[in-house]
Design a protein around this ligand. Structure first.
Ligand code: VG1
Ligand code: CO
Length: 543
């Protein structure tokens, strides 16, 4: 076996964002680009000699090539063993599960999640730590610093490995085990939700559609829903992972999962609809005739989780990302358990989960999860919903309405302005920040600003501080607007504006969302001067 020491100039742009390093495919295709970043990651993992690494991705364009490269670099850097998903596939939650179960020092997950794939699409590499969760800021900063200082990398000069046959081979002194990407994950799901009850539900004629969006969840959903749980063949659609996701955005929301959305809101809707994203960590839930906002889904799952065997003892606490609606907080209050508010990004839940302070957590961007892994988990959320439906015998839409009747309804929408000029986006945020001190007490279209700040997070476990995580403006009329810039985009900047309003009067629960939110949306647009600064009069995506 020949170890090659390759000398290169460092890259200066390998700074991980909300969830790993994401760039356009041609950037990753530059000579030495992938190798340098992987070497920077491996250099940052303490005690990796002889250790186990987990490796896999969402199957997008470049996935196989980068798996091969990573294996050869890991072998040249003294890792003992790599567990790699068959075909180079592992969903993000399954990678987290495998890391934890097999005592790995960490994992490398190849994904740009909901971003489109293909030769001109996006690619991404993220590192997950030994707890199975996304590397915390301290680690991603260290990786970035290392990437800027590297003058080369070590790689084994060998032919590509067979990634499609399950089993173990040697790569120099390192062993490579190709694993069934679904098996460990399926075992974990069986320990959390009542498979017998869900199987009985399907046997009784319950119909669902799961849209895997031609992404990594296909094999998982097929094996679990149609295999283990006996749902009729055809329940899972778009089940084959494609390198370009069939040309679509694998983003489970009413815009990008339009077919499923239309089916569920139409006359022939099945009993339940769900979708997942590129790497399988997000979920969309649609009841017959009713889209369930991710914020509501988190709250509803929190209220009913005790019905599933894995959560029968109750929840220790609930966390949500700051822009997520406060629906989950209301459930936490009624359960008399703590509620935490974190910055956007799953990495901020890790400490709370590791310390046992929370059992469930979620984000408005269709991420829901629990302490079973350290990533959000799309299929898990779907299975927990099915468990709740089986246990209550309730229709999904009736369950949502009952929730609103008990807790009130947090009307919610997110407006994204994609690919706007980066300088304009920075200027918009800066202007907003400048106005914050003067806003409280001011009136806008019948709304009164109660408080206005830029979210600053103090981690309750390790005391670390994360500043400037989003401008939030709270109105006395139970409404709120949040502004932040995306940390996962790959072109220009994306401004996200999160808009919500709480209603509890019974006659207001079924009002059209647009009607309830219209004044808040208008204030959100004018307060930040969005049209003038960005040149956009409409958001590019409304979810
Ligand atoms: C977005 C979402 C955030 C999520 C992140 C990664 O980040 O808003 O809630 O954790 O994507 O999700 P941003 O910085 O673009 O707003 V995934 O499924 O794309 O890994
Ligand atoms: Co994702």
């Amino acid at each position: 076996m020949v170890v090659k020491d390759v000398t290169t100039a460092p890259f200066l742009d390998q700074k991980p964002g909300t969830s790993g390093l994401r760039k356009k495919v041609p950037i990753f295709q530059q000579p030495h680009y992938v190798e340098t970043f992987v070497q920077a990651i491996l250099d940052t993992v303490p005690g990796h000699e002889g250790a186990t690494l987990v490796l896999g991705g969402d199957g997008r364009f470049l996935n196989r090539e980068v798996v091969q490269t990573t294996l050869k670099i890991a072998a040249a850097n003294d890792f003992g063993r790599v567990l790699v998903g068959q075909g180079g596939l592992l969903s993000t939650p399954a990678a987290s599960c495998v890391i934890r179960k097999h005592g790995a020092v960490g994992g490398i997950v190849l994904s740009a999640s909901h971003n489109p794939g293909g030769p001109n699409g996006d690619f991404g590499i993220k590192f997950n730590a030994a707890n199975g969760g996304p590397a915390p800021e301290s680690v991603t900063e260290a990786i970035y610093a290392r990437s800027k200082a590297l003058d080369g990398y070590r790689i084994l000069d060998v032919p590509d490995l067979d990634l499609d046959t399950i089993g173990t081979t040697q790569l120099g002194d390192m062993s490579v085990t190709v694993i069934d990407p679904v098996a460990d994950y399926l075992d974990l799901m069986r320990s959390l939700v009542d498979f017998d009850a869900i199987a009985r539900l399907f046997a009784s004629g319950f119909r669902m559609r799961f849209d895997a969006m031609s992404a990594v969840t296909g094999p998982y959903a097929k094996a679990i829903l149609e295999g283990a749980l006996g749902a009729p063949a055809g329940t899972v659609v778009n089940a084959v992972p494609l390198p370009d996701f069939g040309g679509h955005h694998p983003d489970p929301n009413p815009v990008h999962a339009a077919d499923l959305y239309a089916l569920m809101l139409g006359p022939d809707a099945p009993d339940f609809g769900a979708a997942s994203d590129g790497d399988g960590d997000r979920n969309m839930i649609v009841a017959p005739g009713l889209f369930v906002t991710p914020s509501d889904s988190l709250a509803i799952l929190a209220a009913h989780a005790h019905r599933a065997p894995g959560y029968a003892r109750g929840l220790s606490g609930i966390a949500r990302s700051m822009p997520t609606s406060r629906a989950a907080d209301r459930v936490a209050a009624s359960l008399e358990i703590p509620a935490y508010e974190t910055p956007t990004g799953w990495k901020f839940f890790g400490n709370l989960l590791d310390a046992g302070l929370i059992t469930l957590c979620g984000e408005e961007s269709a991420g829901t999860g629990s302490d079973h892994v350290r990533e959000k988990d799309g299929l898990w959320a779907v299975l927990l919903w099915l468990n709740v439906l089986a246990a209550t015998g309730s229709r999904a839409d009736a369950l949502v309405r009952a929730h609103w009747a008990e807790f009130g309804r947090d009307f919610y929408t997110r407006h994204d302005y994609e690919e706007i000029d980066s300088d304009a986006a920075q200027a918009l945020m800066a202007a907003l920040r400048d106005r914050l001190p003067a806003l409280p007490g001011q009136h806008f279209r019948g709304l009164t600003v109660e408080s206005a700040d830029d979210f600053r997070y103090v981690d309750p476990v390790d005391g670390s501080i994360t500043e400037r995580q989003g401008v939030r403006i709270v109105f006395a009329e139970d409404a709120r607007v949040v502004y932040r810039l995306s940390g996962t985009g790959t072109a220009g900047a994306t401004l996200r504006v999160y808009i919500e309003r709480y209603e509890s009067a019974p006659e207001r629960l079924e009002l059209p969302i647009a009607e309830v939110l219209a004044p808040v949306v208008a204030v959100a647009e004018s307060l930040a001067d969005i049209a003038a600064i960005t040149g956009r009069t409409e958001p590019s995506v409304i979810t």
